[in-house]
Ligand binder design. Structure first.
Ligand code: PLP
Length: 750
């Protein structure tokens, strides 16, 4: 069962609202503008809902009309206000009045101001009203700017943090100002008394779908005497304020919700909601030690919690919660897809990590105690799962039951690897990154491993390696040796033995004079090579740095091929396009320079000259390490890897059953196991669990499958599975697929 905790994005439709909408579609289908009986019935319903709405939002006077939602209401209000400012200007008012909006306002407001300011060619200054660390408007700033303001937009409550604005304080700051005042009431509807008339608010938009009505219906309140310009002209509906035949099913549903607010049964009272929030906050604190809440509870709607957990990205938490059937969001729903840090938390001046890692949990006033308890149980399970995966504080040696041989971490395209032997509890870290120090310390300590070496594949010109910082951060008992060369190779060791694997090194000067490849071989001779920036998918490392050895580069590439062969999996220091690995055989087809070097067509000087030519027009790298490479434009094939239902059925009817691979991380798999996929032969298909972070381990086996054996990757939303499928195709397995839309769209048994 889904536990939906994203009510600030939208809500399900109340059963009585669904019934009201269906009844209107079946019975009250007349056009409220028609004068016959059917039309009159519809008109009566429209008037009744409007009267109820006036009571609920405290709009005894003024105009109140139905819209398609808050975005339309905001456009109408902004158009009305700006048209009035244009009229004042034409009448000789020379002041360039500014347009002010709260820095934490919903995007619809800031964008509407920009849009209509441009369309009406007003060119008025637009300024954000700063907010304090508590998310509330800076009233002193507002008082100073109010005399020059033409329009002020402030929300009643924030959609990301739930912070409730001090509307009385704002009203006082605006006393005597020529400004019109828009209050976005979306998140306050049914939750806060707005006293629209008393506070002299000029415009207030509302949205039905944030309070259990369907999408596509909203309201706009306009104060008596406030300037008004319709956004839509036409048949004169809604007193000619908003032309277009009314959305009667939506309006009827909204009416049912508004009536339910007064029935004393459907919605919880404020004290109960506050108890629910406290229960959830306690569960979150227990599950995620170190959690910080991003807004003061005392100033926020009791239905919203916005939090960040140190060391855990919002993407990780969203994947984890989603796997547990808890639907939460990162920041606002509109910006969630873009994965940008929240502008709301940025405006509050919160530290960068907090704004990037933020998660919003919002429930609705109709959610009962049972749902909250179930949510708390699942939150607890999420915390336990992270501890087992060593991603959250846990006792030393307590977690990481299944540790793959190869784990990779990626930070902004830069790759770090851990090679581990679970039996002897030893590991080697290759190319540590500063952002990962704390995470790796946790990774090692929680598993009770020791670190045999921390290795770099090359030294960096522009910054120190973080290997030293990692060694210093590891408890001395966890680090086997401190004595090693500049890249960390232990003094006197010819090989590092990790269970059945041996790690040796090979000098490959070129990108830098000290570039080194580390070769990992098992008893059968299967080989992975950690090649740093020497060869990357679609690129060779730069050769134009002070530390580079361009004349040695071609020879190093040949030496690498001699040592590992053309099909060994090369694990690069950078992987910007999520290819995971490459081989010399695959790269030579994409990189003529590499082919030239491997075939000894290009000798040292010719290779160096051709490489220099390639790099001449490439700006100095702005990347955090000096790798980046000189891409030769060998991007991933654009052929779709996505399989829709019909294609899947065809695959299932084919001669070879697919190997289904769940690439969600183990902490997700643990809280939401993928039991069976309900589709014909897939029920019995072979389903494996291989987290994307451990994909490298499985690559050799998959690449050895018969060419026609389909590999079908699945994950939550279809992005990670598509990455895996593309990587496999690039490495030569053409029958690699991803389930379109991911598991989210897949019927699963309850
Ligand atoms: N204002 C706020 C505060 C919101 O939360 C939203 C919805 O995300 C909107 C405006 C836009 O509302 P609608 O989806 O009805 O256009």
């Amino acid at each position: 069962m889904d536990i939906y905790l994203d009510a600030n994005a939208t809500t399900p439709v109340l059963p009585q609202a669904q019934a009201a909408a269906l009844a209107v579609m079946a019975e009250v289908y007349g056009n409220p503008s028609s004068l016959h009986g059917s039309g009159l019935k519809a008109r009566a319903l429209l008037d009744e809902v409007r009267t109820t709405a006036r009571r609920v939002i405290g709009a005894e006077g003024g105009e109140l009309f139905f819209t398609s939602g808050a975005t339309e209401g905001i456009q109408t209000a902004v158009l009305s206000a700006l048209t009035e400012l244009r009229r004042r200007r034409a009448a000789g008012d020379g002041r360039a009045l500014s347009l002010l909006y709260g820095a934490t306002e919903h995007k619809a407001v800031a964008e509407a101001l920009k849009h209509w300011n441009a369309v009406l060619a007003l060119d008025l200054p637009i300024q954000a009203i700063p907010v304090g660390p508590d998310g509330r408007h800076d009233l002193r700033w507002l008082r100073e700017h109010a005399p020059q303001a033409g329009l002020v937009c402030t929300m009643a409550a924030n959609n990301e943090t739930g912070v409730i604005s001090d509307l009385d304080g704002i009203a006082a700051a605006l006393a005597g100002s020529p400004a019109l005042w828009l209050v976005d009431g979306v998140q306050a509807l049914g939750k806060l008394p707005l006293k629209l008339v008393e506070r002299r608010i000029d415009y207030a938009p509302f949205s039905g779908h944030k309070l259990y009505a369907p999408k596509g219906v909203g309201l706009l309140y306009v104060r008596d005497g406030a300037p008004f310009t319709p956004l839509q002209a036409g048949g004169g509906q809604e007193g000619a304020l908003r032309a277009g035949t009314e959305n009667m099913p939506g309006i009827a549903a909204l009416g049912a919700v508004l009536r339910a607010l007064a029935d004393g049964e459907t919605f919880c009272d404020a004290a109960t909601l506050a108890r629910h929030r406290e229960r959830l906050a306690t569960a979150l604190r227990e599950a995620f030690p170190g959690i910080v809440f991003n807004a003061p509870a005392a100033l926020a709607l009791p239905t919203t919690l916005n939090f960040s957990v140190p060391g855990l990205s919002s993407k990780l938490l969203l994947d984890l919660f989603d796997a547990a059937g808890l639907r939460v969001s990162g920041g606002s729903a509109c910006s969630a897809a873009a994965a940008r840090p929240s502008h709301v938390l940025e405006a509050m001046g919160l530290p960068d990590w907090q704004t990037r890692a933020a998660v919003r949990l919002s429930f609705g006033p109709a959610d009962g105690a049972g749902l909250i308890e179930e949510a708390c149980d699942r939150i607890g399970a999420c915390g336990a799962s992270l501890r087992e995966s060593c991603l959250s504080a846990s006792a030393p040696g307590a977690g990481g039951a299944q540790t793959p041989v190869l784990t990779r971490f990626v930070v902004a395209g830069a790759c770090c690897y851990i090679v581990a032997d679970a039996a002897s509890r030893r590991c080697v870290v290759i190319d540590p990154l500063p952002e990962l120090t704390a995470r790796i310390v946790q990774w090692v300590g929680c598993r009770g491993f020791t670190v045999a070496a921390v290795l770099d594949t090359h030294s960096h010109g522009d910054h120190a390696s973080s290997a030293q910082a990692l060694r210093a951060a590891l408890a001395p008992s966890l680090l086997e040796t401190h004595a090693g060369d500049a890249l960390g190779w232990p003094d006197g060791a010819s090989a590092l033995v990790l269970g059945r694997h041996r790690l040796t090194r090979l000098a490959v000067p070129g990108h830098t004079a000290d570039s080194t490849a580390y070769l990992l071989k098992d008893a059968e001779g299967a080989c992975f090579a950690f090649v740093g920036d020497t060869v990357m998918p679609g690129a060779l490392g730069r050769s134009d740095f002070a530390q580079s050895a361009p004349l040695s580069f071609a020879d190093s590439l040949r030496r690498l091929q001699d040592a590992v062969g053309p099909r060994a999996l090369l694990l690069p220091g950078h992987d910007y396009d999520d290819h995971f690995a490459c081989t010399l055989a695959s790269e030579r087809l994409l990189q003529p320079l590499l082919a030239g070097a491997l075939d000894a067509v290009l000798h040292a000087e010719a290779f160096a000259a051709a490489k220099a030519d390639l790099e001449r027009h490439v700006p100095p790298t702005a990347c955090q390490t000096m790798a980046c490479g000189t891409s030769v434009g060998a991007r991933a094939s654009l052929a779709s890897v996505e399989l829709d239902g019909a294609q899947l059925d065809a695959m299932l009817a084919g001669p070879l059953a697919p190997l289904v691979v769940d690439v969600r991380e183990s902490y997700e798999q643990r809280v939401g196991a993928l039991t069976v996929l309900e589709r014909g032969a897939l029920r019995s298909a072979d389903i494996r669990q291989v987290p994307l972070s451990a994909l490298l381990d499985a690559l050799p086996d998959w690449l050895a499958l018969p060419a026609q054996r389909p590999l079908l990757f699945v994950c939550r939303a279809g992005n990670r599975s598509a990455q895996a499928a593309r990587a496999l195709r690039r490495l030569g397995h053409a029958q690699a697929w991803s389930l379109q839309g991911g598991l989210a769209l897949w019927p699963q048994p309850d």
